[in-house]
Design a protein around this ligand. Sequence first.
Ligand code: PLP
Length: 384
Amino acid sequence: MIYLDAAGTTPVRREVLEAMWPYLTGDFGNPSSHHELGERAHTALEAARADVAGVLGCRPSEVVFTSGGTEADNLAVKGIALARRSADPRRNRIAVSAVEHPAVLESARSLARLHGFAVDVVAVDREGRVAPEALAAVVGPETAVVSVMYANNEVGTVQPIADLAAIARAARVPFHTDAVQAAGVLPLGVRELGVDALSISGHKLGAPKGVGALFVAGRVSVEPLVDGGGQERGVRSGTENVAGAVALATALRLAEAERTTAAPRLVALRRDFVAHVVELVPEALLTGSPEDRLPGSASFCFPRVSGESVLLELERRGVVCSSGSACAAGSSDPSHVLLALGLDAETAQTAVRFTLPASVTREELDQAAVALGEAYAAVTAIAR
Ligand code: PLP
């Protein structure tokens, strides 16, 4: 099988499994317990927090471990908006881009439905980019939080985060970015990016599913969404997932150490793959930005051909990829991301997304491009 769905998830790395193993077995203590086993778990948890903080360039106290990217996004968008409005009741609006992951978009909708916030959805251009002027047009003294993703999971477009964050800062509005897809391949320094909050998820990086983290700057207040024993400095109660935190920290550290060699390699492989696909299937339309995109992301539309049918034909030929985001898979609605890029609903149903794992080889990509050419020919032959 040639696995080209790394944005969907990745396998757990051996080094990660080895690092987390002791905290699932011998050192299984609860980090809040005051005996030696508890102390050992606590020490491991705090070392993991320091490692994550090291990669993000923040203080360890600014890292909150969560159950994944979805929870980190919810905590950032809802937690910051609610706290900000409590401090200043005028701040009753939130701004999000039109291409956010559902974890952000649905958090915004829930704030509107349950708490009466108004939501400003910022449009993107045909490549999926938020123009700084478009954000500046909606951010003001009534805005409680802004959330714009670092890189899009469906079309790979990378946003000008530092420029967007500067606009929010000028209006004294906290800025959150969902860096779930960026982590491991793009620089994550939160001070350089100028962000107040940033989400990451373990399973996109070679750690298990069900663990993530939210950086939230010390100066920014967050209303907890989960109440209980007051773990994670009261922001996220619940006995901490020590092994998961160790896994996330290990995976993030390894990815960061490898990033400057892995990312350019993926860029070169992806460029050649895209060229190969377009040579074999001239109708293929690359979606997202041709240049400002995630190193390993190649997303296409194949006008008038069902993306799901292409996927099935590809899988029969041993190539696994996705029709859009894994979260939207199973739904027959056209992708909100592709619609936001200005594609019509019919074309948006023809999407096929290849996301390259760091381990991918040139031979695998050559085989995948040939398989795609065959799959496309098979689907169009049936359609005729
Ligand atoms: N944000 C983005 C951009 C994603 O791609 C994903 C997962 O696909 C998430 C958030 C959700 O992360 P998790 O699966 O850890 O809940």
